[in-house]
Design a protein around this ligand. Structure first.
Ligand code: ZN
Length: 272
């Protein structure tokens, strides 16, 4: 087997898990190298904690999730949550990170996603995508032999155009592990996100593991059900008739930047 390498840039510590977790588990189990990067430290995602203690807690959450997933590394860059901008300094930071990891595939948010940090992350990765191959940019880090393929993870936003499903990956077989990864991010799924979504009385302290699983399944994995429905044609293309029975999927859109590949090759690249 030729080992492939995957790099996911999310804005916050939990975005890679939600958007790429199931695919990453399967790739890692098959022996491929996967790295998650959170471009911010997540220090604004809570209603009562202080930023520094929140960043430390969220870092621990990423490491617990990484240990369950089998990925090589879950990096958290030290940029403030809610303040990310597509600056030259961070663009160069990402160029160096991409060159050092030598990924076959780089995945990130689209630049029409809802959160300013998601948009900035998408912009930074797009801005890095060409410069990764320019030796005089960041000359301290050598350019690799092969340009990576760039891609976007799913979002539900319609303007300026809806997400296009170019590839879909069935995650039913690893759903429990993806749920366990999300369960590591307790500061988010049981504290901040319910509060942020208007549920001010949400009390996770009384929830046992089964109740937490149910909360994640009903509240968060529905978006993977939606992706399976949107991606049915792409699922059939890779799994044949079995594609009709897939309930949970993660979907990806091929970027025009980076190494050009056919849709068929793109789909194969995301399978273990
Ligand atoms: Zn996020």
């Amino acid at each position: 087997m030729t080992q492939r390498r995957y790099l996911f840039f999310g804005a916050h510590p939990d975005d890679p898990d939600l958007l790429f977790g199931g695919t990453a588990i399967q790739l890692a189990r098959a022996g491929h190298a996967v790295q998650f990067v959170s471009v911010t430290n997540g220090n604004a995602g809570h209603q009562s904690m202080k930023p520094a203690e929140l960043a430390a807690r969220r870092y621990e959450e990423t490491q617990a999730s990484a240990a369950l997933s089998g990925i090589e590394e879950y990096r958290v860059l030290n940029h403030n949550d809610g303040e990310l901008e597509p600056t030259l300094a961070i663009r160069q930071e990402l160029v160096r990170l991409i060159r050092a990891f030598r990924p076959d595939v780089v995945i990130t948010h689209r630049t029409c996603d809802y959160h300013a940090d998601h948009r900035a992350t998408g912009q930074l990765v797009q801005d890095a995508s060409f410069l990764v191959g320019v030796p005089l940019c960041c000359p301290d880090t050598p350019v690799g032999d092969t340009a990576p393929v760039f891609a976007y993870s799913y979002d539900r936003f319609q303007q300026p155009r809806p997400f296009r499903v170019d590839a879909a990956v069935a995650i039913d077989a690893v759903l429990e592990t993806k749920l366990a990864m999300c369960d590591c991010h307790k500061s988010q799924f049981y504290e901040w996100l319910p509060w942020c979504n208007g549920n001010r009385d949400f009390d996770a302290s009384r929830m046992d593991a089964a109740a937490r699983r149910e909360h994640l399944l009903r509240g968060w994995m529905e978006r993977n059900v939606r992706q399976a429905e949107l991606g049915r044609e792409a699922l059939r293309a890779v799994y044949g008739a079995a594609g009709d029975g897939v309930r949970y999927a993660e979907t990806f859109e091929l970027s025009e930047y980076g190494r050009p590949v056919s849709i068929e090759e793109f789909r194969r690249l995301l399978l273990p």
